[in-house]
Design a protein around this ligand. Structure first.
Ligand code: ZN
Length: 87
């Protein structure tokens, strides 16, 4: 039997999975799909035995990221839309 190495897409995946970095220590944060989702910075804990740096509740972060994304993208989208229709 072959295992599908590409994995199964998760429903409700968090926006910053694999790209969030910790504002305190700069290390990559990992995603934990428990308690509604959390970004966890445990690099220092895992590699140096220090306390876990921080946990951030993911839903509030994702909402803020989505809003910032839409605010950043929308004017550019309108520009390219109107530019395309001037021709
Ligand atoms: Zn950290």
């Amino acid at each position: 039997m072959r295992t599908n190495s590409r994995g199964v897409p998760r429903n409700g995946g968090l926006l910053l999975h694999g790209i969030a970095r910790c504002a305190r220590c700069g290390h990559k944060m990992y995603v934990r799909y428990q308690n509604g989702g959390e970004y966890v910075c445990n690099h220092l804990h895992r590699h140096q035995g220090l306390p876990t740096c921080q946990y951030v509740r993911a839903p509030a972060v994702d909402v803020a990221v989505a809003q910032a994304f839409l605010e950043a993208v929308t004017p550019a989208e309108f520009e390219s839309f109107s530019a395309a229709h001037k021709v």
